[in-house]
Design a protein around this ligand. Structure first.
Ligand code: THU
Length: 126
């Protein structure tokens, strides 16, 4: 198993997901190799839920990190879990060339953020 995936699996153990029972872990690696973790944090006002990917990037940026190279997303769902549209947009703010590794206990797949979000809204858009 990829090292970053192991970190995402560890992050998943902190998931607060009593409403969906769908635990997600994310691990974001910056160019220096430092890894930041995130899990999904749900709320009884459902729309306030924060996905694991956004938890990880907010955690990293608030620590001064902006140079990201890879993100792993780990769930134990039957099918791999790609980041939702909102998370793709937030990730693209900092790293349009980000490598994304999707993983579950049986499978890993690597893609680029630019494949998942080929035409992000960005600062050149306005
Ligand atoms: N979720 C994530 O954390 N990341 C994703 O990429 C997809 C969805 C969370 C949000 C919510 O807590 C649960 O999964 C079900 O949607």
């Amino acid at each position: 198993m990829n090292e970053l995936v192991k970190h995402a699996r560890e992050a998943r153990t902190h998931s607060y997901s009593p409403y969906s029972n769908f635990a997600v872990g994310a691990a974001l690696r910056r160019k220096s190799g430092r890894v930041y973790l995130g899990c999904n944090v749900e709320n009884c006002s459902y729309g306030l839920t924060v996905c694991a990917e956004r938890t990880a990037i907010v955690n990293a940026v608030s620590d001064g990190a902006r140079d990201f190279e890879a993100l792993a997303v780990y769930t134990e769902a039957k099918h791999l879990t790609p980041p939702c549209g909102a998370c793709r947009q937030v990730l693209a703010e900092f790293a349009k060339d980000l490598i994304i590794i999707l993983a579950n206990p049986k499978e890993e797949r690597q893609l680029k953020l630019s494949e998942l979000l080929p035409m992000p809204f960005n600062r050149e858009s306005f």
